[in-house]
Structure formats: C-alpha cells, structure tokens
Write a protein that binds this ligand. Sequence first.
Ligand SMILES: C[S@@+](CC[C@H](N)C(=O)[O-])C[C@H]1O[C@@H](n2cnc3c(N)ncnc32)[C@H](O)[C@@H]1O
Length: 283
Amino acid sequence: MNKYNYLNLGCGQTFHESWTNVDFYSSHPAVIQCNLINGIPFEDSRFDVVYHSHVLEHFSKEDGEKFIKECYRVLRSNGIIRVAIPDLEQIVTHYLKAMNDSLNNIKNAEDNYDWMMLELYDQTIRNHSGGEMAKYLFQENILNEEFVYKRIGIEGKNIRKEYLKNKSNKIPTSSYVISEKSFVQAIRQFVKYFISKLFHSSKDYPVDIKQNIEIGKFRKSGEIHQWMYDRFSLRRLLEKNGFRNIEVKSAHESAIADWKTFNLEITDSEIRKPDSLFIEAIK
Ligand SMILES: C[S@@+](CC[C@H](N)C(=O)[O-])C[C@H]1O[C@@H](n2cnc3c(N)ncnc32)[C@H](O)[C@@H]1O
C-alpha cells in the first residue's frame, strides 16, 4: 500500500515511490505498465490526487477528452487534479517574437526562430525518435544554447551533456516501447492490407509497407504530440468534464499536501520543464 493515495499517469522516469505510478513502459517496480488510451485501470473515486505531466498532449483531441473523463472518474470528490503541459500560448508568443526579430535582423533571432519551429511542429510530425529536435541538440555548437535551455530546462541540458560525453546520437532518457498488443494490431493491419490487395487489382500508388508499419509503430508509441493546449482550452476541457476551481499554478505552488517533498517538477532547485503550463482543479 502506498503512503499517498496519489496517482501519477504517464510518469516516465519521473515518479515518487510513495505514489501509484503508471506508464506505457516500466523499468521500475514502482511503475505499473499500462496503455492509458484504454482507460485508467482503477476503480471510481480511488485517488485523492491525479497528476500528469506532459502526457495529455500525446493523445488526440478526442482521446485527450476521454482521458480527462477517466481522471475525473478515478478521483474522489473534492480530490485534486494537477496537469502540466507544454504551453501553446508561450510557444506561440516566442515564435512570433523570434519571427519579428528575425525580420529585423536581430542577432541570434533566427536560431530562436528555428528552435520554436521545432517546438511547434517537429514534436508532432516526426517519424522517428528525437526527430529534428535531437539533431538540433546534438549539433557541435548551439548558438542560442541559453535560450534553448530556458525553454526545455535541465532535461535538455542533460541530454546534450550526455551526448557530448558519449558522442552518441541516442537520447538517454527515451523510454518509448511498443506494446505487445499494438504489435498484434500491426500484424492484423498487415494481413488486412494483403487481403485488400487480393480484391483491388487497380494500379495502387507504390507503398513501402514495412516502412509504413515502422512509422505507424513509432507514431503510436507515445512520443509524438497529437494536440496542444493553453490556459483557455485546458480550462474549458476541465470545466466541460466536471472540474471546478480551476487555477493556473507555478511549479512551486500546489494545493496538493506535501507537494514540495516529491520534487516532481523541480530538479536541483530548477524547474524541470520550464515550457509548461501548470493547472490544478477540484472534482
Ligand atoms: C514527455 S513524457 C513525460 C514523462 C513524465 N510525466 C515527465 O513529466 O517527465 C510522456 C510520457 O507519457 C507516456 N505515455 C504516452 N502515451 C501513453 C499511453 N497511451 N499510455 C501510457 N503512457 C503513455 C510516455 O511513455 C512517456 O513516459
């Protein structure tokens, strides 16, 4: 039995052992392996707190709403939900500034512009782990290094530090795997495709089915962003699904008892994901 009746969904490598932790992938006994697209595997009103950080954007808009409904279901009455998410408002604001500065030939603005395009698009459209963002972080010299670290914080710094140490193009914290279930689904799709080929003799466009399956597997693995939120759309989503007292917080403040002791959003006194919007609400 955990000391706290708190739930961390899509925890990745950032979890507290006294909580209940869930992710697609588990490399620690304190993390339960589960695909949250199929729902949250707990009974109604089970938890005092439901928390997820940089997870909601990995679901489509439709699945994101189902996920929020599930959060509501497993939270007890008056329980707290805390959501951390890349902040679309911040991204767009930085993008516009970088674009205007670039047009005005302000020093380094073009690098900031390129980085903001990666935040906007690469995280959504990439077909392989790390995408263009990893390439950017693994350059010999990053001209706007300070700006990039202000955006992605200590995690980005560590990825680059590790790369420079090993000169390896692997992202050290990557934890994306494909579940057995989705592998079986992929095989089914593959068989369906060949059956459909038997009945469609028309000149189809040429496809590299193996490559497409690889891309599909990657895009279903939980790494890519499928939707984005800001303080308006996240509030609307929470409100629509029954939550009340919706408040924007900082990484340091929370109504969750003992929040600061868990260090989920602060590492070495720094905000772990400074590009975040943090919102809390009550069931
Ligand atoms: C960007 S990481 C965030 C990890 C952690 N919460 C944090 O703040 O660092 C997104 C996490 O969501 C998990 N995830 C994405 N889709 C998922 C799904 N359908 N079911 C369970 N976990 C999922 C991924 O495995 C990954 O660990």
